[in-house]
Design a binder for this molecule. Structure first.
Ligand code: GUN
Length: 292
C-alpha cells in the first residue's frame, strides 16, 4: 500500500511555483496576485481562505483578502466582482463558497471574468475542461489528478466510482477521470444520494473517489482488494483538542488502507493539493495561459 502524500506533493509544487516567482521577480516584473472574497463569518470558510492567503505569501505571490459583511446585497457583491474583473493588478480571484442564502451563487460566479476565474467555476472554464482544452481546472479535482500523475498511478481502463455530484468536486472529477488523458481514460460511474445499491457499485470499483462528507462512510467491507482510494471528505468532528474539532474523511483509513493499493490520508491528502493547484492556476492567470 502506498500513501498518496498530498502534504509532501503540495510542498513540491509550491517550491516549483516559488522558483518560478523568483525568476519572474529577477526579470524585474511584478509578482502574481491572487484575491479572495469571503462573505460572512463561517469558521471553516475563514480557515480555508486564510490558508489560501498564507500559501500565496509563502510562494511570493501578492494577495488580497476581501472580507465582506454577511448582510451584503447581491448587487453590491456584483459590483465588487466587476471591480476585481477590471483591476489590472489582480491576476485571479476566488469568491469563497458557500455564499449566504440571499445571494444567488450562480449569478455571482457567472459574473467572474473567465480569464481571472482561478477556481474554474465559470461555465466557460468548466466547458473547456470537459472538452480537454487549456483552462483553469477547479483546484480540488485538479489536485486529485496531479496527485495520481505524480505517483504514476495507472488509471487507464479501470472502473472509477465517484461518490457525490457537487459542482466543485464530484461532477468535474467524474469528467476528468473519463477524458482521453493520463491520468484519466477510466470508466466512470457517478453515484449520488439517489443511487441504488451503492455498496455493490463501490465494491466493484478499481478506483474510489469519495466526496460525500460523511465521516468513515467507506468501510473495508465495501472495498475490493487493491483498490485505489481517494478521500475528499473533510468533516469537522468535535473533540477535546485545543481547536475543539478534528478533520475526518469519508474513508475508514485504518481498515481500508490494509486492502488498498494507493490511498490518500485525511488530513494530508487531497486538502493540501487543493491549495497548491489554486496557486498553480493563479500563475497560469498571470502568464495568461489558461484560455489560449
Ligand atoms: N468552498 C469549498 N471549496 C471551495 C473552493 O475550492 N473554492 C471556493 N471558492 N469555495 C470553496
Amino acid at each position: 500500500m502506498v500513501i498518496l502524500d498530498g502534504k509532501k506533493t503540495s510542498l513540491d509544487i509550491k517550491n516549483e511555483i516559488a522558483e518560478e516567482v523568483k525568476s519572474i521577480l529577477n526579470k524585474g516584473q511584478r509578482a502574481p496576485h491572487l484575491a479572495a472574497v469571503i462573505v460572512g463569518k463561517d469558521g471553516a470558510s475563514l480557515t480555508y481562505v486564510g490558508s489560501k492567503v498564507k500559501a500565496c505569501e509563502r510562494v511570493g505571490f501578492d494577495s488580497t483578502l476581501i472580507k465582506l459583511d454577511e448582510s451584503i446585497g447581491e448587487d453590491e457583491l456584483l459590483d465588487k466582482v466587476n471591480e476585481l474583473n477590471n483591476d489590472d493588478k489582480i491576476d485571479g480571484y476566488i469568491v469563497q463558497l458557500p455564499l449566504p442564502k440571499h445571494i444567488d451563487s450562480q449569478k455571482i460566479l457567472l459574473a467572474v471574468d473567465p480569464k481571472k476565474d482561478v477556481d474554474g467555476f465559470h461555465p466557460t472554464n468548466f466547458g473547456r475542461m470537459a472538452l480537454n482544452l487549456p483552462t483553469f481546472i477547479s483546484a480540488t479535482p485538479h489536485g486529485i489528478m496531479e496527485l495520481l500523475k505524480r505517483y504514476n498511478v495507472s488509471t487507464e481502463g479501470k472502473n472509477t466510482i465517484v461518490i457525490g455530484r457537487s459542482d466543485i468536486v464530484g461532477k468535474p472529477i467524474s469528467i476528468l477521470m473519463g477524458l482521453k488523458t493520463n491520468p484519466g481514460n477510466s470508466t466512470v460511474t457517478m453515484a449520488h444520494s439517489r443511487t441504488k445499491n451503492i455498496e455493490s457499485l463501490i465494491v466493484q470499483a478499481d478506483i474510489i473517489i469519495s466526496a460525500l462528507g460523511v465521516p468513515n462512510f467507506i468501510k473495508s467491507s465495501m472495498v475490493k482488494d487493491g483498490a485505489i482510494v481517494i478521500d475528499v471528505g473533510i468533516t469537522r468532528v468535535k473533540d477535546n483538542s485545543e481547536k475543539g474539532y478534528k478533520i475526518v474523511g469519508d474513508v475508514d483509513f485504518e481498515n481500508v488502507s490494509k486492502k488498498s493499493s494507493y490511498i490518500t490520508p485525511v488530513p494530508g491528502g487531497v486538502g493540501p493539493m487543493t491549495i497548491a493547484m489554486l496557486l498553480k492556476n493563479t500563475l497560469l492567470a498571470y502568464q495568461n495561459l489558461s484560455l489560449s
